[in-house]
Design a protein around this ligand. Structure first.
Ligand SMILES: Nc1ncnc2c1ncn2[C@@H]1O[C@H](COP(=O)(O)OP(=O)(O)OP(=O)(O)O)[C@@H](O)[C@H]1O
Length: 272
């Protein structure tokens, strides 16, 4: 199958040190690639690099080939034409990603206004469809609500609605179900999977939740200290993990941290 995104030897240098060591992978249409690894392993940095949103002082090198264009060579105006239209992203922190001073209906409508020629009544109708698909209408959330009037999970749904609005070729979802209860999490994953099946959307899903990864991802990439330690089809990575790091992550997720002896972090050590 032809890749929708081909990442070759992508690395990210931070202000003081390398954050991501060279990574290569592909995203296939209609498939989900999960990126997992411990906190600080570089998952969000990878997502931000793919969206051209690295913080100041960070530098990405390598190649991110999307529809014959190297994204790393794009100017900011070129990025603005692609972000939100071809590449959708759901960020980890919904409160910082939403504008607190604007009603959520207007924010969900933004991608239509920015990237499509739809008329105002059509935009309004499409906004309602997205609110219905993401369960916001059923939860009694009004288009006129402000972000602070919503729960964390509802705000996460608003971000998903915005990301899906233009039926992107790629969705980058950074821990987007972490704030959701199990039932809502599975409804959101069902919606994402439906977009994969019906629109051929490819997904890069960042998650600590190995159960979620196992249930939904086609491929897995495991990061440790900014380097890829294992990647491949989900069944192979879970059933026969080659690297001791993923073996340890799986053991902890299966048996629970309480049964796994952990080295205490220096900050929690009792004074001598
Ligand atoms: N703005 C920044 N300036 C300097 N270092 C940063 C900055 N943002 C992230 N880092 C560092 O980059 C590394 C990777 O961080 P990143 O947020 O990508 O990890 P992560 O795997 O997404 O973690 P988490 O699961 O906790 O979100 C960490 O060591 C972090 O301290």
């Amino acid at each position: 199958m032809t890749a929708v995104l081909h990442v070759r030897a992508l690395d990210v240098q931070g202000p003081a040190r390398p954050i991501l060591h060279p990574l290569s992978f592909i995203l296939e249409p209609g498939k989900i690639l999960a990126v997992t690894g411990e906190s600080g392993s570089g998952k969000s940095t990878l997502a931000l690099a793919l969206m051209g949103l690295l913080p100041p002082g960070f530098q990405a090198r390598g190649q991110i080939d999307f529809e014959g264009t190297d994204l790393l060579a794009l100017s900011e105006p070129e990025w603005c034409r692609i972000r939100g239209r071809k590449l959708g992203m759901v960020f980890q922190e919904p409160m910082t990603a939403l504008n607190p001073t604007r009603r959520i209906g207007a924010q969900i409508a933004d991608p239509f206004r920015l990237h499509t020629p739809l008329t105002r009544p059509r935009i309004h109708a499409e906004t309602r469809v997205l609110m219905e698909q993401t369960g916001l209408l059923d939860a009694g959330v009004s288009e006129r609500a402000y972000p602070h009037q919503l729960s964390g999970g509802q705000r996460q749904r608003v971000l998903l609605a915005m990301a899906l609005a233009c039926q992107p070729s790629i969705l980058i979802a950074d821990e987007f179900t972490t704030a959701l209860d199990a039932r809502t999490q599975s409804a959101m994953m069902a919606l994402v999977t439906r977009y994969c099946e019906t629109h051929g959307m490819a997904v890069l899903m960042i998650s600590h939740d190995l159960g979620l990864v196992r249930r939904h991802a086609d491929q897995v990439l495991v990061l440790k200290d900014g380097a890829c330690v294992e990647q491949g089809p989900t069944a192979s990575v879970f059933d026969a993990p080659a690297h001791p790091y993923i073996q340890a992550l799986l053991a902890m997720s299966l048996h629970g941290a309480a049964r796994t002896p952990l080295t205490p972090l220096p900050v929690f050590r009792a004074p001598a």
